[in-house]
Design a protein around this ligand. Sequence first.
Ligand SMILES: *Cc1c(COP(=O)(O)O)cnc(C)c1O
Length: 432
Amino acid sequence: MGGTPEMETVVGREELELLDQQDPLDSFREQFLLPDGVLYLDGNSLGPLPVGATERAAEVVTTEWGQGLIRSWNSAGWFEMPTRLGDKLGRLLGANPGETVVTDTTSLNLFKALASALRIQQVDGPGRRVIITERDNFPTDIYIAEGLADLLNSVGAESGTTYEVKLVDNESELRAALGGDTAVVSLSHVNYRTGSMWDMAAINEAVHQAGALAIWDLAHAAGAVPVELNASNADYAVGCTYKYLNGGPGSPAFIWVNARHQDRFWQPLSGWWSHAAPFEMAQSYAPANDVRRFMCGTQPITSMAMVETGLDISLSADMNLLRAKSLELTDLFIELVETRCAGYGLTLVTPREHAQRGSHVSFQHPGGYAIMAALIDRGVIGDYREPEVLRFGITPLYLSRTDIWDSVEILREVLHTGSWQREEYSVRNAVT
Ligand SMILES: *Cc1c(COP(=O)(O)O)cnc(C)c1O
């Protein structure tokens, strides 16, 4: 497709092809099974299938379950799997061994982290009853905070206890909201919709200066951007393994708890897997003095086993190279959309500043849903988020510069021909 003069870009496909050939991360593409004819720009929502995952699944089901039966809790290392994988995952997050556990879902883990942080504040900062979070946070993060506040308020109704969820829109509002009543600040490191990223170290410092605790949701950050939980002095973190870590649909999430908090208070989902000695079958609860305290009950072993295959791929890649390529690809995507798709009403909602950008790029368009449906119909798989946002996950492990070029050319064709306005593309699916 030849560009008209105003659509001239500084790069062309041939140049990008040459750059791809010199890419030290190029070979990682072979570790994923992506269908032919698909340009997958949704790895921030559900990572693709790693090559080794099918074999590992068969092993867990056929050999470990089928042959090993209940013995596999010991002989196949099932019982240790949550902490063993937690330690592996922790290496991507700047965590020390013993601080991370793979367990439950992000929503549940956030509940546990919030509850634990509020318990600490009941001792360290009585009267601190405000949870600050972002209005633009992923909905579950707000819902869980609201649910916990509601539970505490209903329990404390007679004594007049009032926990409150306060929503802020940006960093200056956050700083202004921090005060003597703030118990905890719960933020998503990378915003699920816009891709904008907080400065974790700077926020932790401000939160601590105000006497509050910081919880980070790393759903769109783990495996996507360098994270330094200990160096930045965070208190708690949670996140998914099915997004950039390629653990498979609904694979269990993780929770990280700074070592200084781990044995201070137990969390309310005090199931037997969080007990100091689960198989003593003791009459009353005594929490484990380590991060196992943040588990609840029996873990989904078949699904959890899948996490390791994806994790091993991420661990074998150099995070600095991944970040550099992610920024290069997101820059390229923005530049190509803004030049080759100029004049079609797309507005960038992702920050241009590298330090403020995660690994996905979003554009707003009133016809966003239908445009994305038309793209998916042509093999360019991204997703749509309300309101009007086309979201493109730019994962450097398996995307190349030419993939970015080809995706934008298909977007250009969809916009240029107006084919997205066909009626079939406005029909809404249950999952977008
Ligand atoms: C994807 C995502 C979640 C998902 O939570 P689940 O419990 O796995 O459904 C939570 N928080 C954020 C910020 C997310 O992006």
